[in-house]
Design a protein around this ligand. Structure first.
Ligand SMILES: Cc1ncc(COP(=O)(O)O)c(C=O)c1O
Length: 408
């Protein structure tokens, strides 16, 4: 019998094309293996410098984090084996969560297998058809997917524009039973922050709740890395739900929720992404816990990270590069006029052994392509200067090429 052609392949190809497949068809700088922050390999014979890992505190290869993971595997095996509710609970889970809650100054913490899943699952649980979820327009995809997936009404406010948020709430608060505002601590694509004191004021005035995603701000913001609340000197208990990940400053993987103790107890029994998914594996908890220990003991890592980030931002600006709204805390993007220029510069950096992949549409709005630089406490001043000089030269070459092509 003749096999009929399924429509699926052409559908998948059309969707891929609409998402910008043309930009990567003739080679691209994505999925390049970088097994260490700085290393030599067949692909990088002269070695490379990574500006693309969110290992902000330089703990991914620290002897305490790797050592703790190895001991945990030897003692407890590789997997958690089950959902924690029904067999996957290990002593290490609760001990870690308690220490993390103490560090953050919150009632409790619940760890989840993925940071992305944490947002999707929590937002999904909280809201019903009579409610409103209102999201910063540039919030992370996991927040957007979570917020769009609920039966509640969905709205966005202009990025970090709290008067826009206030206006929408003034106009529409009365229509809804509950309102959840979702935003990020340190924005992962722009490296900027929201005015938390004003946000808390607005939220309280309108009897709304706040979900604050601190994925990129724990370990980064505030004098000791306790996040956006510490940065502004606000009491963390004023934030109803804070979200974190273990994949950034904590040099591991997984996500977590930080909230009031009773809320955490409710989620422990009822949050689908926790109940119906496996617990963190022993090595994952152990490395994150070890990273927390180093962070507590060595807050100067946060200071070094800040020094490097400020240097990167200042130098980039001095060189006339466009850093958008970044404030100089761990994430600094450099924006380009076109995706082509952005990809050209990223490839030129790669040729010089600097890995910082371009972020074009899918990740950010189409007209705001950028290379996002992740700064680490372990980068040196000389490395930062070298990267920026290379960006400057490559963007000059990209502009000259584009002028020549448009003149032809
Ligand atoms: C703001 C934000 N939230 C959530 C996540 C998801 O975290 P994870 O990669 O640990 O799943 C990310 C990922 O980078 C993020 O940037």
């Amino acid at each position: 019998m003749k096999k009929t052609e399924s429509s699926f392949l052409s559908y998948a190809d059309r969707r891929f094309r609409l998402s910008g497949k043309a930009l990567i068809e003739n080679g691209h700088p994505y999925f390049v293996p970088t097994d260490m922050l700085e290393d030599q390999s067949d692909q990088w014979p002269k070695g490379y410098l990574s500006m693309s890992h969110y290992d902000y505190l330089g703990l991914m290869h620290h002897e305490e984090t790797t050592g703790a993971a190895k001991v945990a595997i030897d003692r407890h095996g590789t997997g958690a084996g089950a959902s924690r509710l029904v067999g996957g609970e290990r002593c290490a889970h609760r001990i870690f969560e308690k220490d993390l809650a103490d560090f953050l100054g919150v009632g409790g913490v619940l760890s989840i297998i993925s940071g992305y899943l944490t947002n999707v699952s929590v937002i999904g649980l909280l809201l019903g058809p009579k409610d409103l979820v209102i999201v910063d327009e540039l919030a992370h995809n996991s927040i957007m997917v979570g917020a769009r997936g609920v039966k509640a009404e969905f709205a966005t406010y202009a990025h970090n524009n709290l008067e826009d948020l206030n206006r929408i709430l003034n106009e529409r608060r009365g229509e809804f039973s509950r309102v959840l505002i979702c935003t990020e601590g340190l924005f992962s694509m722009d490296g900027d922050i929201t005015d938390l004191p004003r946000l808390l004021e607005i939220k309280d005035q309108h009897d709304a709740w706040l979900l604050l995603d601190e994925a990129h701000s724990y370990g980064v913001l505030g004098p000791t890395g306790r996040g956006l609340c510490e940065h502004f000197g606000e009491d963390p208990s004023r934030v109803e739900i804070a979200i974190g990940t273990l994949s950034k400053s904590f040099a591991s993987s997984g996500g977590f929720i930080a909230a009031n103790e009773e809320v955490i107890e409710w989620l422990r029994f009822c949050l689908p992404g926790f109940v119906y998914s496996v617990g963190l594996s022993p090595s994952t908890v152990a490395s994150a816990h070890a990273a927390l220990g180093v962070l507590r003991r060595e807050p100067d890592r946060v200071t070094r990270l800040r020094g490097n980030s400020v240097r990167f931002l200042q130098k980039a600006r001095d060189l006339g590069l466009n850093t958008g709204t970044a404030i100089g805390e761990a994430v600094v993007p450099i924006l380009f006029d076109t995706p082509e220029e952005c990809v050209f510069v990223a490839e030129a950096l790669m040729e010089q052994g600097i890995y910082a992949p371009p972020v074009v549409h899918i990740g950010v709005p189409k007209d705001l392509p950028r290379i996002r630089f992740f700064i680490s406490a372990t980068h040196t001043e000389a490395e930062i200067d070298r990267v920026l000089q290379a960006v400057l030269e490559a963007s000059g070459a990209a502009q000259a090429l584009s002028n020549r092509l448009s003149a032809e």
